[in-house]
Design a protein around this ligand. Structure first.
Ligand SMILES: [Zn+2]
Length: 98
């Protein structure tokens, strides 16, 4: 059981690596790869490590590969957090900074 989760996680990681690699030349396939990665992690109920979760947009499945795909702003009001905005669909997510 534990072993199959580890395998699934490495599959997810590979799919995301692949997605960021090909995004500039083939965004559609890249999004398919991200959706596949999300599907695997849901099916196996994986908790993705933070670095993986922040590598794509949960809404439109765009891999965050560079300044053309996302923007980051740091906000200091109340508790410090960063706001990551997807430039493709406009979806934003906030992360607390510790
Ligand atoms: Zn998006």
């Amino acid at each position: 059981m534990k072993n199959s989760r580890r395998k699934a996680l490495s599959h997810v990681r590979r799919a995301l690596d692949f997605a960021s690699e090909i995004y500039s030349s083939d965004p559609e396939t890249a999004r398919k790869a991200v959706r596949l990665a999300m599907k695997i992690s849901q099916k196996k109920r994986l908790r993705l490590p933070t670095e993986l979760r922040r590598r794509f947009c949960r809404k439109c499945a765009t891999p965050f590969t560079g300044p053309s795909t996302f923007s980051v702003r740091v906000r200091q009001r109340r508790s410090p957090h960063v706001v990551v905005r997807c430039r493709v669909c406009g979806h934003t997510r906030r992360y607390l900074v510790k």
